[in-house]
Design a protein around this ligand. Structure first.
Ligand SMILES: [Zn+2]
Length: 188
């Protein structure tokens, strides 16, 4: 039982790592001798710094394009602005500050949504992992586990917890897919 738990944990960790690696650009693995820094004045042209403060990246607040640390050069930024957004290049700093605030609000919202989704996904795998161990049909999740869990949560934690559970993908089809995925990964 304990070893199975460990393998599911490592499976989930590996899955997370793989998806993060795909998101990472290949440039981040390159060795660099020095890192370019973000300068406040870049906001005049519509750019904000993102990511690691030691090695920031730039984000165009107008279109959302990202620039790697190596690409942080005023000439390059101006070229982007002139080529892609000629309509806003003469806008005031207030305009870009407002855009920046809008972007930060969006980012906060996205981050909250992502973590809810990520946790719901993990929960889905954790539940699916129990089914073959208990030698039960996949449909037991929808028919018994889900309503029972909702009932317990409603009594002990409250309606907000029940709503969160509704986000956990647990249809019979999904559970079947999860079990196959876990089995494939652990056996190979
Ligand atoms: Zn842009």
């Amino acid at each position: 039982m304990n070893t199975k738990q460990t393998s599911l944990e490592s499976f989930l960790r590996k899955k997370k790592r793989l998806s993060e690696e795909t998101e990472m650009s290949s440039t981040s693995k390159k060795r660099v001798t020095f890192n370019r820094q973000y300068h406040e004045s870049y906001l005049n042209n519509g750019f904000v710094g993102t990511g690691d403060s030691h090695k920031p990246k730039l984000l165009c607040i107008v279109c959302g394009d990202q620039f790697s640390n190596e690409a942080i050069k005023p000439s390059k930024l101006l070229r982007h602005l002139n080529a892609k957004h000629p309509g806003v290049k003469d806008k005031s700093l207030e305009y870009f500050e407002r855009k920046k605030r809008e972007h930060e609000g969006q980012k906060k919202f996205m981050r909250a949504t992502t973590s809810v989704k990520e946790n719901a996904l993990r929960a889905s795998y954790l539940v699916a992992n129990h089914i073959p161990k208990a030698k039960k049909p996949f449909t037991i999740v929808e028919e018994l586990i889900l309503p029972a869990t909702k009932g317990i949560c409603r009594e002990l934690i409250g309606e907000a917890a029940v709503e969160k559970i509704a986000h956990v993908p647990l249809s019979a089809n999904t559970v079947t897919r999860r079990i196959e995925e876990i089995a494939d990964d652990i056996e190979v």
